[in-house]
Design a protein around this ligand. Structure first.
Ligand SMILES: Nc1ncnc2c1ncn2[C@@H]1O[C@H](COP(=O)(O)OP(=O)(O)OP(=O)(O)O)[C@@H](O)[C@H]1O
Length: 583
């Protein structure tokens, strides 16, 4: 039962619903077995002319009554069994999502979003099917098949039953075989459809590039190709469905032919009565569904187990970064930062992203990091946020080893402005108040004023309630950066990390923001990662990174005087500014 360990808790809660559901289902199966008996009795009584009109009405009423009971109890088992399987789907989806949310960043670099979405849809659906219709089909396949055949043998004729049922096992075999094939082709349809939607989505998000490169025609052709592949996959599916359905209907017809021929002779020879023949035909009809169920149930259960195994793999993955026995029992630390002999190589990478980094940053001071792209600047931020574990050397915060600081405490104390300025598809207000949904509006407004985005927001018709994202307003790169900075500031953190977050604003806005930010960073320990000298020149210490190593360090004046890398980009940027000023 190891495969179901993650859903044990669910079954503890829902087992009585399942047990009751199966009882109701068995009751319905039992009721279904009565009607053929009545039909047989009525036929015999009619041929013997022993039935009064009143009795005919009574039996007709009885058949209707049984049908009504079957309908009511069918509704009941559907609610109990299929309803529980829907609850399982809901429960498992929540469990999977909350587990994924807790996994480390590295997990998401190594697993494609599309695959994770497939687990959340296809695999969960397959598990639901196994514990919904799978349970129903298994119960019917066993009970309805066995009880119907036994009744046919006992109350009609053993040999007749055995002969008439010869085509039936083939129904089960065909459904098993075609079911597997259908599953395979259905999967292919899903895959081709998902690449079709991916293609469309990419074309729409990349519409600027497509238009500027005049590539509409080629995009249309590519889409048509993907659409053609999807059509082929659908046609292949239609073919197997098309072959299976007539076969499944044809085989029971053979049984009816045998029944008519062999049963007819038995009636003529008076071995069985006409009524028994009528009952027999009704029982045969009843058997078609459980025979198909035998075929389906194997596939449904196999798929359910395979999907459960894939879901288990995710649920068994432990977050790489978590609090453990070494975690200190502290609820605060002083905002000083020290990188001590720190080296770091990303999992799976060959060259280190950082080597031998030594920096001491006192509380309230500002460190600026500058360097070529890929020199390791963002890696410093990733390690400070403990998105990766520090393994070589150490990072000390307030004197505590970062690996021993409770992760929640650490991240709560850091205001981080990421390089990509990711914003959520909700209102600007909710984006800025992301750290605390009960944040007072004054704080949200103040953060927007500090980052000079307040006037832009007020200019939108819905102001702070302006919706961002696909169906909302699209902010400019600079506006996005400023909202993202406001989000970090509104959190009121002790440490601030700005990862290249002023690159998309013009120098004038930058100047204004820097003077505002000076207020914000005055009492906070800050790390500013940037490419522009104008962003970093007021920092208490500036380091220049190259291939993960500190190659220059000092204040702006010291570094300009040094005449190295920093000084060369300073002069280059000065020249650029001059040229821009003359234009
Ligand atoms: N998740 C990762 N897995 C493996 N290697 C990575 C990962 N992230 C970054 N790297 C590599 O680590 C090195 C440092 O990257 P980092 O993002 O710190 O550079 P950066 O200085 O911030 O660059 P930029 O200015 O372009 O943002 C680069 O060689 C990069 O390719």
């Amino acid at each position: 039962m190891g495969k179901f360990k993650h859903i044990e808790d669910f079954f503890k809660k829902y087992k009585w619903k399942y047990i009751l559901g199966i009882f109701v289902l068995l009751f319905v199966d039992g009721l279904q077995l009565i009607t053929p008996k009545i039909l047989g009795y009525v036929t015999d009584a009619l041929s013997a002319h022993t039935l009064s009109m009143k009795e005919i009405f009574f039996y007709a009423f009885l058949i209707v009554l049984i049908a009504v009971f079957i309908a009511i109890f069918r509704y009941l088992w559907r609610m109990l069994i299929i309803g529980s399987s829907r609850q399982l789907e809901f429960w498992l989806r929540n469990k999977l999502f909350s587990h994924l949310e807790k996994l480390s960043l590295n997990y998401f670099y190594h697993n494609k979003t599309g695959d994770l979405m497939a687990h959340a849809t296809n695999d969960i659906n397959a598990v639901r099917m196994a514990f919904g219709m799978g349970v129903v089909m298994m119960t019917d396949a066993i009970f309805l098949t066995a009880s119907t055949i036994i009744i046919m043998m006992v109350s009609i004729d053993i040999k007749f039953t055995l002969i008439a049922l010869i085509p039936f096992p083939f129904v089960a075999l065909i459904v098993t075989f075609f079911g597997k094939l259908i599953q395979k082709r259905f999967k292919r349809v899903q895959e081709t459809f998902s690449s079709l939607t991916d293609k469309a989505q990419e074309s729409f998000s990349g519409i600027r590039v497509i238009k500027s490169f005049v590539q509409e025609e080629s995009e249309i052709n590519n889409f048509a190709k993907a659409n053609e592949i999807n059509l082929q996959a659908n046609m292949n599916l239609v073919k197997v469905w098309g072959a299976m359905s007539p076969l499944v209907i044809f085989l029971p017809t053979l049984s009816f032919v045998i029944t008519l021929y062999y049963g007819g002779t038995l009636v003529i020879d008076k071995v069985i009565s006409l009524g028994q023949l009528v009952s027999f035909i009704s029982y045969l009809e009843l058997l078609t569904w459980p025979m198909m169920a035998i075929g389906h149930v194997i596939n449904v259960l196999q798929r359910g187990i395979a999907s459960m195994t894939r879901i288990n793999e995710i649920l068994d993955t432990e977050p790489e970064i978590h609090d453990d026995d070494n975690t200190l029992d502290i609820d605060n630390f002083e905002e000083s930062i020290e990188f001590r002999n720190l080296s770091f190589t990303y999992p799976g990478a060959k060259v280190p992203a950082l080597s031998d980094i030594n920096i001491k940053l006192e509380k309230g001071k500002t460190l600026a990091v500058i360097g070529k792209t890929g020199s390791g600047k963002s890696t410093l931020a990733n390690l400070l946020l403990r998105l990766y574990n520090v393994e070589e050397g150490s990072i000390l915060l307030g004197g505590y080893d970062i690996n021993k600081i409770p992760i929640d405490l650490l991240r709560r104390k850091i205001g981080y402005v990421p390089q990509d300025n990711f914003l959520f598809s909700c209102s600007i207000r909710d984006n800025i108040a992301f750290a605390d949904e009960n944040m007072p509006f004054e704080k949200i407004e103040e953060a927007a004023k500090i980052t000079s985005v307040h006037d832009d927001i007020i200019g939108f018709p819905n102001k702070f309630d302006t919706q961002l994202g696909e169906r909302g307003v699209t902010l400019s790169g600079g506006q996005k950066q400023r909202v993202s900075i406001a989000r970090a500031i509104a959190k009121n953190p002790g440490i601030m990390i700005f990862d290249d977050c002023l690159s998309a604003v013009d120098t004038k806005t930058e100047e204004k923001m820097l003077s505002n930010l000076k207020e914000v960073t005055k009492d906070r320990t800050s790390i500013i990662i940037a490419h522009r000298i104008s962003t970093v020149k007021h920092a208490d210490e500036i380091i220049v990174l190259d291939e993960g190593r500190i190659i220059e360090r000092g204040t702006h004046d010291e570094l300009v005087a040094l005449g190295g890398y920093y000084s060369s980009i300073y002069h280059k940027q000065l020249l650029e500014e001059k040229i821009a000023g003359q234009e």
